[in-house]
Write a protein that binds this ligand. Sequence first.
Ligand SMILES: NC(=O)c1ccc[n+]([C@@H]2O[C@H](COP(=O)([O-])OP(=O)(O)OC[C@H]3O[C@@H](n4cnc5c(N)ncnc54)[C@H](OP(=O)(O)O)[C@@H]3O)[C@@H](O)[C@H]2O)c1
Length: 315
Amino acid sequence: MGTHLGSKFIKLYNGYLLPSVGLGTYQLFGDSVREVVDKAIFLGYRHIDTAHSYNNESEIGEILKSRVDSGSIKRRDIFLTTKLPAVLHEPRDVLYCIEESRARLKTKYLDLVLIHNPWTLKPTDSKGGLQFVQFNLQKTWHSLETFVKEGSVKSIGLSNFTIGQIQNILEGCSIMPANLQLECHAYLQQRSLQDFCKARGITLTAYSPLGAHGRPERHRFTDQPVLLDDPALDSLAQAHDKTKAQILLGWLIQRGFCVVPKSKSDDRLAENFDIFDVNLNESELAQIQAMDRGIRYFKFKNMTGHPEFKPTEDF
Ligand SMILES: NC(=O)c1ccc[n+]([C@@H]2O[C@H](COP(=O)([O-])OP(=O)(O)OC[C@H]3O[C@@H](n4cnc5c(N)ncnc54)[C@H](OP(=O)(O)O)[C@@H]3O)[C@@H](O)[C@H]2O)c1
C-alpha cells in the first residue's frame, strides 16, 4: 500500500471541515496571544484551539473580530474550538460556560466544544480548593446536545477520555462526538484509541504534538526525555529537507490526525504550518512507529484518586 500526503482538512461525520493544523494557545495570554493569533491568521492558520480554562478567549475574540470586521477573513472560514472545564459539568454550568465562551470569543457560534476532561471537580473555596466529584457525564453531554440542536455550537467532542468513558457517552447520546482531543506524539502514539475512534467515525486531534517541552513545572518529571532531541528524527529531517518538528507534525497529519502545535515565535508558527508536503514512506513510518515509548507528558497526577482518573488506561 502506498503512502499519502496529509490533507489540509479533516471531514467530521456531520460534514463540517476541521482544518488539520490548528493553533494551540495554552499558556498564551494578553498581548502575547493577540500577537500570535494575528500572525497565525496572516500565515494561513484557520483553526484556533482554546479552552475556558486557558484565560485567553477574550483576546482571541478581539483579534478575530477585528480581522472579520476589516474584511480580511470571514467568520465561516475560521474553526474555533473551546473546552468545558472540569468544574462546569452540571447542565446549568454548561449553559453559563457556552454563553461565556461565545461572548468572550465574540461569536454567534462555536465550531467545536469539547468536554476538557472526564473528571468532575467542585470548587470548595475561593482560593482554588477543589473536591473530587463522581458525576455521569451523559448529563453534561445532553446539555451540550441542546446547543447543537439550537445552532450555537456546530460540533461537540471529548478530550482526555478513555475508551470506556467514550463508550459511556456513546451509549447515552443522540448526537455523536465528532472529535477526541488527546495527547499524541511519536512517544505516545495512541494506536488503540485511534482504532476505536476510527471505527466509530470520531476524528482525532493530537495535542502536545511536539512533546510540550514548554509545559508548566507541575507537569515536569525528571525521567522524561525531550521528544525534539531524539536523534532518530535527525536523518528523517535531513532526508525530507524539513525540521524535526515538521517531521513530527507531518507524520501525524499523514496518520489522519489534526494537530494543534503552540508557538509564540513567528518563525516556528510558519514552520509548523509548512508541513503538508511531508510524505513519509513505509520504512520511515515504521521508524517513527518504533519510537513509541508510552511517554505521557501531561500525567494529571493531581487527579490521582478521582474515580474517573484512569492512569493505567490510554486516554
Ligand atoms: N486537551 C488538553 O487537555 C490539552 C492539553 C495540553 C495541550 N492542549 C492543546 O495543545 C496545544 C499544543 O500543546 P502544547 O502547547 O502542550 O505543546 P506542543 O505544541 O507540543 O509544544 C509547544 C512547545 O514547543 C515549542 N515549539 C513550537 N514549535 C516549535 C518548533 N517548530 N520547533 C521547536 N520548538 C517548537 C514551543 O515553544 P515556542 O512557543 O517558544 O515556539 C513550546 O515550548 C496547546 O497549546 C493546547 O491548545 C490541550
